[in-house]
Design a protein around this ligand. Sequence first.
Ligand SMILES: [Cu+2]
Length: 638
Amino acid sequence: MADPPPHPLDPLSAQEIRAAAAAVRRQHATTDGWRFSAIDLHEPAKETLGGAATPPRVADIVCWNREDGRAFKGTVSLPEDRVTSWAELAPGEHPSMTVADYHESDEALRRHPAVIEALAKRGITDMSLVLIDVWAYGAAVAPPQYAGRRIGWGDVWHRSTPDGNPYANALAGLHPIVDLNTMELLELEDDWDSGYAAPPVMGEYAPQLVPGLQLRDDVKPLEIRQPGGASFTLNGNELRWQNWSMRIGFNYREGLVLHTVGYEDHGALRPVAHRMSFAEMVVPYRDPSPDHYRRTAFDIGEWGLGHMTTSLALGCDCLGEISYLDATLFDAIGEPVEIKNAVCIHEEDDGVLWKHVDDVTGADTRRMRRLVISFHATVANYEYLVYWRFQQDGSIQCEVRATGIMITTPYTGDTPPYGTKVDTDTYAPFHQHFIIARLDLDVDGAGHNTVVCTESEPLPVSPENPHGLALTQRSTPLGYESDGVQDYDWHRQRAWKVINESSENRLGSPVSYKLEPGAAIPSLLPADSPVLQRARAIEHDLWVTPYAPDERWPCGEFPNLSLDDKGLPAWTAQNRPIRDTDVVLWYVFGINHITRPEDWPVMPVDVVSFWLKPIGFFDRNPALDVPAEPGHGCTPGA
Ligand SMILES: [Cu+2]
């Protein structure tokens, strides 16, 4: 039996990835020296979905010739099996880093005589214990003599034992600069003469390697059982649960994507969001020393959160009745790569949903369930765990947990002021993790949405307000993109509602969903910092744009080796109207990571989140119909 045709929003299949790469090879006579940094579904524009005609499957391609460095962007029509557009990247635009770049540069550099010699000076001769981690550059800090070349710079790490943590021992002051097309070592920065020595650190987290560690013996089993199975249904990539429905997408760059999120209300499916994902991540290290001044990672734009996604394991990452989705991506030569169990879908108990104890009738209690859709990305030393949670009361929570291993560096003399001492003569530099969520909300449909800034405003004491108690809610509709550039204001409890001006609830007010900000952090970067020029999107907590299908990447499509931000600041400079239209919200949140000794040698999760909550989207509590848990006396008469 033939496979059913893919839904227009389904990720590319292995067969489609192969076909797209083959069309490029055939039409552009590419050689073995060519590499792919993008083979991805060209998502159909919103207005073409749900119509009578199924939009054709199209792949977006970015590829380049390693021999001459020329890079191209194109599209492949899969039904026509041919390249339908093809253009050379502009000067200064470079394809993203690839997984192959990461592994090939490590292998090539570990074999290089200059690297071997530099390590021998430090008493390291077993190259199997060495890891060379390549990082991408920003153009402003890249050596000018290599302008135009696709280069990276590296850290050198040393394991204490063959099965030890590769990030346990940083070799400070030793940094190769590598041409990623030729894998040529361009320079080896080596400050060996400065008297640096490797301090004795305990950088192991695996219990068998931690000296004297006794595992706790008082943790009793905790099991999650769902004898009747899970309450959600997964049909291909379409997920339904407790009135919610959505389609799960996945791509190399954003990782998990949630499409067409809606809530069934009295028999009608009401749209909430057309598409939600993480569109960029910016991680600047806030340490100007030679080891760290160029350390600014764009984990989505430079590397791809999808490529970094790791397989999930039952009982470790998720508990209960789990459904997994595999992801199909591509490698640098255009072959499909499968990530097993890339996305986890499961239900969780989440405590009490609502409750009241009545003197006469007794207690009435409902337990909350939430549906969790998650994926985990390992970006070299660091882990990002992403959870989208849907609740029975119509709320959505997006949570990120950061864990893994901090970058550390040995020092001599006083602890540098740009970090925290975490081990013997070793510090972990301060850094920040900015995540930019792209939230294409469609509250009761794609048109007629307006973002309203809401603030709580206390009124002064006056004859009408003699006790100074009056509190009002000020609502300011945002008319143009310049109004949509917003920052969180804790003192006013600022939030942003997306209202539908043509859809009213039973109470006569426009229906809405509110972006309830959490973990908004200021960039804390001077205006003339080169890092900020590349990532001006992190200067503010919220940006609002009118929906444009090609506006996807808030720091530009090609942040690798970039000089400036060609995304949000450039688009919003048009100052387009954003009222009563189809809007996209870009929410910037994250962690201002002031490192702690407790974050070493492996970091307990740091948890940040924001919410999307219905505000007058429903006429009353939509979870009145949630039944009490049977057999527990949670409702009067039970
Ligand atoms: Cu951190």
